[in-house]
Write a new protein. Structure first.
Length: 114
């Protein structure tokens, strides 16, 4: 069973940057479109960004121009570079396939605050 482990979150001031990482325990993810999702306090989980197996990317309007998703199939990893962070980006961030086929990991907390 494939497991996903997210890391890289933390506390950052508005305007700051973070780079999130997601490592999969199995190589099957290299054949999937992968995505980053987030769930803010009291909110539903939402899709933030996706990347296909060929590297095509797509972003939610709220993060377009600030976030960049990438992947390294050899490392079975997906990354999310987050720049110009805003308080409304505060959430637990998760990675998963798109559509979701894998059990959710624990996520990584991102808090944007002064």
């Amino acid at each position: 069973q494939v497991q996903l482990v997210e890391s890289g979150g933390g506390l950052v001031q508005p305007g700051g940057s973070l780079r999130l990482s997601c490592v999969a325990s199995g190589s099957i993810v290299t054949g999937y479109t992968m995505g980053w999702y987030r769930q803010g306090p009291g909110q539903l989980r939402e899709l933030v960004a996706t990347i296909t197996t060929t590297g095509n990317t797509n972003y939610a309007e709220s993060v377009k121009g600030r976030f960049t998703i990438s992947r390294d199939n050899a490392m079975k990893s997906v990354y999310l570079q987050m720049n110009s962070l805003k308080p409304e980006d505060t959430a637990v961030y998760y990675c998963n396939s798109r559509p979701t086929r894998i059990g959710w990991g624990q996520g990584t907390q991102v808090t944007v605050s002064t």
